[in-house]
Design a protein around this ligand. Structure first.
Ligand code: HEM
Ligand SMILES: Cc1cc2nc3c(=O)[nH]c(=O)nc-3n(C[C@H](O)[C@H](O)[C@H](O)COP(=O)(O)O)c2cc1C
Length: 945
């Protein structure tokens, strides 16, 4: 009797069906792997599946003498579409051997080389399309799907889908995806359930017929117009087994064609999409890859073999994201004992889970990091056997591997040669979409031509002569007399972006026409004929998401003949890395030859943040004005006007909604401590997380504050306004909006007023005495009286009533509302789609003595009710702030108050693993409490002891 294989508790009749989500089957297996470890069993509707994921076990089951491919339940279902085509045939079926023999030579080295011109032809179409849509949003998976589909059809069947010449993807893709998805679902339903779903069954049949008819049509066409090209289709139609003389039947040809159409494009397009995701997330990798490809003026078939780094990128991508994420085996014997003493039988499916095999901590150092270098200099060759298996196993391994590799190398090389690329949403973190294969979900980029590249595209394709586009957004288009200025920002939560916008909107007053763009969009294209102003923040000592490429670019030591100035936003709580990135950028540019226009400015979000920016801005403009001597172009028009006469907020990257499931008090407020709350939030669809990640939340302002503003400006809460602005603005413009929406959802109302703003308010006072009092506040007492007491504009307006500030002027003085980040206090092993937050609710008498101070986000969260929608998004923690992959590694945690949040997630994760029988290392928490009832989650922690 072998050792018992760990298994979640079964339910009568359906076994472990409840432990897997049919839409996220793979993620469910990954979650179970985290709970149960390198081997576990699940029972799906009576079928036993044993999931293995350590190199030791996988190496054992990959022995072809003892194990063979077992056609998975989903693949068996898919046989309605691809019958006994190579992929879904049992090895024992005669048609598998026959097709394998006949078709194998089509993927030999010379045959693949001969396909290079056709691959170049299709890839060039993608390049031209991206050039044409320079700077616009590119749906990465869509584009690579078009490319891979057109490539496989042209190379294999000499047939053109012309996907790049149509807006909508070829209907084959929809039909195929429908069948893939439905096959997966059918395999997890009872037969009776499938029979009852009549509409779905009809659609399923129609989609299958569409795919079959398309293939039959291509064959008919070839038979009518035969040619002597040695392509896959001719081999299918005319090829013979050299030993027996047997040929493929018409039915089998149809199955093989659909097989190749599916297998030949789904996985490759996924590989390329993931590769570009990792390239963009790792700017050093992008730099290195671009440097590698830049050594060659021309990309020929021979160049591809020299691209060792790009080759390593593709291997590392498939390690982290094997696009065919699992394969199934079964023992050829009745019973066999695996390492560890586990016994498996002939009927068991043995599922090799590549996601975890490729992260086995015994094989891979820093398994979750993307490090292509590990595949270089013998690294790949010296891997332990069967530790990297994205192409499957042995004779049933992927026949199209060399095809996919050549196509992928070419695509990466051509794209990096031609374009600078950046994320549309720099905070995008990988989300996975799964059918039979996996792809990134919602991944979008922008591409801009790098420079005139001397590169041979397909013969009929025109070369690019476009120059790089340095500017993404033009702020002032009208004033042609103004001098150019470039403002570049790095920003995750919007303050630096907002500073950049403010600077640009004021630039015309000083003779400049400013363009604003992200730092990453300026890589290799910093103009030297205009001032370059850089405004950026630091996150955990690292660049913002949209400044990573820029920093890597500066680290590559370019020569820069530019005039520049840097302003940094930071927070002094990050003691060791305060202002690290702005300082670093400033130094690197100076070292590269740049000339500073003014000393670096620094704003501390915990201090006079906006004031620091204002005074630096003022000094900067003093210098720039001197330089241009251009005061005649001063624009006197009001930059923002409103018309008194409804929308959804479109704030940066957060576009999705989560749903509040629970919102409860953990500890009531006391004299010394604020109230503490626990929230459960269902994440926006498709999002998941790791313990230690953050949740970014876009709050709304407390209604009490909004009411105060309405009162001060004599507005009612059903007032609608139309904002018209001659400069770029974060406000919704040119259509009527409710004033309450603007005040609650677009602006920060409680930022301390800056000295400059005090001066403006003083100017607008009729009462001399009030004027003097306000001006006094800009002096030595500013810190004590304004900053320490957090006095904001509205406080001053209420105190000094003679100040005649208009509502439009008030709005212009307010910065845009910022996103807030909270540490998630749960583990995905508890629930992968739900996070919990543990927060202090900041409500206290205002230090100013004027009413209450309400923390914007905490009060917003505190007031949410079950079922409320919340604009939020998971943000990966930058540093290695996650529980270690190896559950035996000890963890020591130190926290106080709500600082326990991420550690609750860590402990919850380890407790869940412990319950499932994993070996858990010591997990120790030192927790500081002021009072007994401050001990958050005490009973839970007791239970976990
Ligand atoms: C990055 C790209 C690719 C990956 C990751 C990949 C992965 C795989 C894997 C894991 C298997 C084994 C499946 C199993 O054991 O059930 C497989 C088989 C197969 N692949 Fe690929 N594949 C890729 C590209 C291609 C291409 C471009 C083609 C066609 C030109 C292709 C055609 C096939 C076929 C026909 C089989 C079945 C082979 C047999 O059992 O005889 N694949 N592939
Ligand atoms: C998770 C996190 C990490 C941070 N790390 C640092 C840091 O290392 N150094 C620093 O000076 N500021 C740090 N800050 C503060 C931000 O840089 C500061 O709030 C800045 O204004 C954000 O600018 P943005 O709104 O343009 O993204 C951090 C903030 C957060 C939320």
């Amino acid at each position: 009797m072998g050792k018992t294989i760990p298994q979640p508790q079964e339910t009568f009749l359906i076994g472990n069906l409840k432990d897997v989500d049919s839409e996220h089957f793979l993620e469910s297996l990954e979650r179970l792997q985290k709970l149960y470890g390198e081997i576990f069993r699940i029972n799906i509707l009576g079928q036993s599946i044993i999931v293995v994921s350590s190199q030791e076990l996988v190496n054992f089951v990959c022995d072809e003498n003892k194990f063979d491919k077992k056609v998975s339940i989903a693949l068996q279902e898919l046989r309605a579409l691809i019958g006994d085509g190579l992929f879904s045939a049992h090895t024992s079926e005669p048609n598998w051997k026959l097709a394998h023999k006949i078709l194998m030579p089509a993927f030999g080295p010379q045959a693949i080389r001969d396909m290079f011109p056709a691959m170049m032809d299709i890839c060039s179409q993608l390049i031209l399309r991206w050039e044409r849509f320079s700077g616009e949003e590119i749906d990465v998976c869509d584009n690579f799907t078009r490319m891979a589909l057109d490539t496989i059809t042209l190379c294999s069947f000499n047939y053109r889908f012309n996907s790049f010449y149509q807006n909508k993807m070829h209907h084959f893709v929809d039909a195929m995806v429908n069948v893939l998805v439905e096959s997966g679902k059918r395999s997890q339903r009872l037969s009776l359930q499938n029979a009852l779903m009549i509409n779905k069954a009809r659609q399923y049949k129609d989609d299958i017929s569409y795919c079959h008819n398309l293939c039959d049509e291509i064959v008919r066409e070839r038979r009518k117009n035969p040619n002597d090209v040695n392509d896959l289709l001719n081999r299918m139609i005319n090829g013979k087994d050299p030993d027996t003389g047997y040929q493929l039947s018409d039915e089998n040809i149809r199955y093989q064609m659909v097989t190749f159409l599916i297998a030949g494009h789904e996985t490759t397009s996924g590989l390329l999409s993931f590769a570009f995701y990792y390239i963009l997330k790792n700017p050093h990798v992008l730099q290195k890859a671009q440097a590698e490809i830049d050594q060659y003026d021309e990309i020929t078939v021979d160049t591809l073999n020299k691209l060792k780094y790009i080759d390593a990128i593709l291997k590392e991508t498939l390690r982290l994201q094997a696009t065919a994420p699992a394969f199934n085996l079964a023992t050829k014997e009745d019973k066999i004992t695996l390492p560890g003493g586990y016994e498996v039988c002939k009927d068991d499916f043995i599922l090799v889970l590549l996601h975890q095999l490729h992260r086995d901590p015994k094989v891979w150092d820093q398994p979750n990091e993307f490090i292509p270098e590990r595949m270089l200099n013998g690294g790949y060759e010296n891997l332990p056997p069967n530790s990297w298996k994205p192409f499957g196993n042995g004779q049933r391994g992927c026949i199209g591997r060399p095809f996919a590799w050549q196509e992928s190398l070419l695509a990466v090389a051509l794209i990096l040669k031609h374009f600078t690329i950046e994320f549309v949403d720099p905070s995008y973190d990988l989300r996975i979409k799964q059918t039979l294969t996996i792809k990134p979900d919602g991944f979008k980029i922008r591409a801009r031509p790098r420079r005139s590249v001397n590169i041979s595209l397909a013969p009929h394709v025109k070369q690019t002569e476009k120059l790089p586009e340095q500017i993404s957004k033009t702020i002032i288009k009208k004033n042609t007399n103004l001098q150019p200025m470039t403002i570049l920002y790095g920003s995750n939560s919007g303050s630096c972006e907002s500073f950049a916008g403010t600077l640009a909107s004021e630039a015309p007053l000083y003779g400049y026409n400013a363009t604003v763009a992200t730092l990453d969009s300026a890589v290799q294209s910093l103009p030297n004929d205009q001032p370059i102003i850089i405004i950026t923040a630091t996150y955990e000592g690292r660049p913002c998401d949209n400044a990573k490429q820029f920093v890597a670019y500066l680290e590559s030591k370019p020569k820069l003949d530019i005039n520049y100035a840097v302003f940094g936003a930071g927070h002094h709580d990050w003691v060791n890395t305060y202002q690290k990135i702005p300082t670093y950028i400033d130094e690197l540019i100076a070292k590269a030859g740049g000339k500073r226009l003014i000393e670096r400015g620094a704003g501390d979000a915990a201090g006079d943040f906006y004031g620091a920016f204002e005074s630096w801005k003022e000094n900067l403009f003093k210098i720039l004005r001197k330089d241009t001597n251009n005061e005649q172009h001063v624009i006197s028009e009001e930059k923002l006007s409103i018309e008194f006469v409804n929308s959804t907020r479109q704030f940066g990257q957060i576009t999705d909604f989560g749903i509040v499931l629970q919102n409860k008090i953990l500890v009531q407020a006391s004299e010394i401590d604020p109230m503490k709350r626990h929230l459960e939030i269902k994440l926006p669809k498709g999002q998941t997380y790791r313990s230690g990640d953050y949740l970014a939340v876009l709050p709304t302002n407390p209604i009490e504050m909004v009411d105060r503003v309405l009162k001060r400006f004599n507005l009612s809460n059903d007032t609608h306004i139309k904002i018209v602005s001659s400069t770029d603005t974060f406000f919704p413009t040119n259509y009527p909006v409710n004033v309450v929406n603007i005040l609650s959802g677009y602006v920060e109302l409680a930022q301390p007023i800056s000295k400059k703003q005090l001066e403006t308010l003083a100017d607008l006072c009729h009462n001399e005495e009030e004027k003097i009092k306000i001006l006094k506040l800009t002096g030595d007492i500013y810190e004590k009286e304004i900053l320490d007491k957090r006095i904001h504009i509205l406080d001053i307006l209420e105190l000094y009533t003679s100040c005649e500030l208009t509502f439009a002027q008030y709005l212009r003085m307010l910065p845009s509302l910022r996103i807030r980040q909270y540490s998630i206090s749960s583990s995905p092993l508890w629930n992968a789609e739900v996070v919990t937050l543990t927060i202090d609710i900041l409500t206290a008498p205002a230090l100013s003595g004027l009413g209450q101070h309400y923390g914007v986000a905490s009060n917003y969260l505190a007031n949410l009710k079950e079922g409320d929608h919340i604009s939020c998004s998971v943000r990966a923690s930058n540093v290695k702030f996650h529980p270690p992959e190896d559950t035996k590694v000890p963890i020591v945690m130190i926290a106080a108050g709500t600082g326990i949040a991420p550690f609750r997630g860590f402990i919850q994760e380890r407790a869940a693993q412990y319950v499932c029988g994993r070996d858990i290392g010591p997990t120790i928490l030192y927790y500081g409490c002021r009072l007994d009832n401050d001990f958050l989650y005490s009973s839970e922690l007791d239970k976990w002891k």
